[in-house]
Design a protein around this ligand. Structure first.
Ligand code: E4P
Length: 217
């Protein structure tokens, strides 16, 4: 499973790149706004740190606006993926940009039908939002599982990015459901490698080692 970071925070990205865990990055307008950075500058900065796909989202709502913006965004770096919302206009833009060999990530996917339409339009990636579905009492993981089944059944090359991940269980269940990629927010990163038994195990080893040092003259 590939790991993307769901952040535009440069320090966070640099820190996790050092661990060899970053296969790509996803952003959205809220994530960029949180950083208070210039959109183009920040996306280019991220692309200079991460060699894998970096998703940058269009703001326009008509197909024409999305296509124009998509072409512009795609020109910023080699590894850009244009993120497009799942609407009729978004499908038109996805189809057009795909014809131009521009990679796309169709976002805000909440149903199997939306995922299938985006794949048919040529999306490189689709992003089902697990956490937001769980927020309304629906089952985000089932959506990922069903999307994987549909894509496999018909031989689509589109990859599933499990998005809106809020906890470790979302990540584990997404991998079991067959998501190709999980995009992970900084808030859950420590839970990926920390465990209380690991912490207490290290403490015990250190204490015992200290005792041994005390006995050796
Ligand atoms: C990623 O592509 C999405 O924009 C992101 O995961 C959304 O997460 P949220 O529902 O926690 O805002």
């Amino acid at each position: 499973m590939k790991f993307f970071l769901d952040t535009a925070n440069l320090e966070e990205i640099k820190r996790i790149v050092k661990l060899g865990l970053v296969d790509g990055v996803t952003t959205n307008p809220s994530i960029i706004a949180k950083e208070g950075a210039d959109f183009k500058t920040r996306i280019q900065e991220i692309c200079s740190i991460v060699s894998g796909p970096v998703s940058a989202e269009v703001i326009g709502l008509t197909a024409e606006e999305m296509i124009q913006e998509g072409r512009e965004i795609a020109s910023w770096a080699e590894n850009i993926v244009v993120k497009i919302p799942m609407t009729e206009a978004g499908l038109e833009a996805t189809y057009q940009l795909t014809q131009e060999n521009i990679k796309t990530n169709v976002t805000l996917i909440f149903t199997e039908a939306q995922g299938l339409m985006a794949a048919k339009a040529g999306a490189t990636y689709i992003s089902p939002f697990i956490g937001r579905l769980d927020d309304i009492g629906a089952d985000g993981i089932s959506l990922v599982k069903n999307l994987k089944g549909v894509l496999q059944a018909y031989g689509f090359e589109t990859e599933i990015i499990a998005a809106s991940i809020r906890n470790l269980d979302h990540l584990v269940q997404s991998s079991l459901a067959g998501a190709h990629i999980a995009t992970i927010p900084g808030s859950i990163l420590p839970s990926l490698w920390n465990h209380p038994l690991t912490t207490s195990g290290i403490e015990t080893f250190m204490k015992d080692w200290g005792k041994l040092q005390g006995t050796v003259s």
